[in-house]
Design a protein around this ligand. Structure first.
Ligand code: BEZ
Length: 265
C-alpha cells in the first residue's frame, strides 16, 4: 500500500496469511446486497473478490459495485490478472477521490503503511455516504515490537545504527486512532487491540523472507553480506521467542475499528 516497490508474486505466494486472516474482518463488514464498497489497499485482490462474492454471488461477480485501490502498480497489475472482472485502480490512500460515494470503506493490513493517517482518514470520510461505515484492521500499538527492536539491535551490532525514521510503519493505539477518526467527524462504534502471533511460511527461512518482504527499509544501504549478518543476528535473537516446531511467527498485534459517518453530519 505504500509507495515502495512490492514483489507481488512473493506477496501472493508466500504471504497469503495477510488476506487469510482478513477474512474474519468480512464478518464485521457484513456487506449487504446492492451496496457500493471500496477496498482500500486491496493488494492482489483476494479479499475484494470475497466481498464481491458476498455482494453478488459467483455468477454475477462482475456486477458487484466494488472497487479496489492500491498504491502499488505491481499489486494492481496482479489483482487485474487474478480477477479481470473486477475494477482495480492505482491510487494513494492519502489522496484519492471517488466519483460516487460508497456505503463502506474496507481496509485490511494496509493502513500501517500510511504515516499520515489524518490524510487517509479525510479521504475515507469524503468517500462515504452519510451513514456509511469504515471497517479496518491493521497493525496496532506494539505490533511487531520484538522484530523491530531486534532489527535495531542487529544494526547497532554491525556498526550501522538506524534512526527511528527508518521505521516505515504506523501502529497507533486505539485512543490515538479513535481521536483522529472523531476529529474528522466519524463516530467510532467498535475498536479492539489484540495480540495475534502469526505463523510465517517457509519454515526456517520464514523470518528472513518476512524481513526482506516487509522490513526492507531496515536493510537499505547495507551490502549483501551486512544484510545476511543482520538477518542472522535477528534470527539468533528471536529464535527463543518466535520460533517453534520448525516455524517462525511474527508478533502481530491488530487494531480493528468500525467508524460511521453520522447521518446529520
Ligand atoms: C502487519 O500486517 O502487521 C505488518 C505487515 C508488514 C509489516 C509490518 C506489519
Amino acid at each position: 500500500m505504500s509507495d515502495r516497490c512490492w514483489d507481488s508474486n512473493l506477496y501472493e505466494n508466500k504471504h497469503g496469511f495477510v488476506w487469510q486472516y482478513g477474512e474474519a474482518l468480512l464478518e464485521l463488514l457484513s456487506p449487504q446486497p446492492g451496496e457500493r464498497i471500496l477496498d482500500l489497499g486491496c493488494g492482489t485482490g483476494q479479499l475484494m473478490a470475497k466481498i464481491a462474492m458476498l455482494l453478488r454471488g459467483q455468477e454475477a461477480i462482475a456486477d458487484a459495485k466494488i472497487q479496489g485501490i492500491d498504491n502499488s502498480p505491481a499489486m494492481i497489475e496482479k489483482a487485474r490478472q487474478n480477477y479481470p472482472n473486477l475494477q482495480f485502480t492505482i491510487a494513494d490512500a492519502r489522496n484519492f477521490h471517488l466519483d460516487e460515494p460508497c456505503d463502506a470503506v474496507f481496509s485490511n493490513a494496509a493502513l500501517h503503511w500510511i504515516k499520515q493517517p489524518d490524510r487517509a482518514i479525510a479521504c475515507i470520510y469524503q468517500a462515504l455516504k452519510p451513514g456509511g461505515r469504515f471497517v479496518a484492521e491493521f497493525g496496532g500499538k506494539g505490533n511487531v515490537k520484538a522484530i523491530a527492536n531486534s532489527l535495531y539491535s542487529a544494526l547497532d551490532a554491525i556498526g550501522c545504527p538506524a534512526s527511528r525514521e527508518v521505521n516505515p510503519w504506523y501502529f497507533p493505539s486505539i485512543g490515538e486512532y479513535a481521536n483522529l477518526l472523531e476529529a474528522q467527524g466519524f463516530d467510532v462504534t467498535y475498536a479492539t487491540l489484540c495480540d495475534r502471533l502469526t505463523p510465517l511460511e517457509d519454515g526456517e527461512i520464514g523470518m528472513a523472507n518476512w524481513i526482506r518482504m516487509f522490513g526492507s527499509n531496515f536493510l537499505s544501504g547495507l551490502s549483501d553480506e551486512q544484510q545476511i549478518e543482520v538477518i542472522r543476528l535477528v534470527e539468533e535473537d528471536l529464535k527463543p521467542i518466535l520460533y517453534r516446531d520448525s516455524r517462525w511467527f511474527a508478533d502481530y498485534r491488530r487494531i480493528r475499528v468500525v467508524a460511521v459517518v453520522a447521518v446529520d453530519s
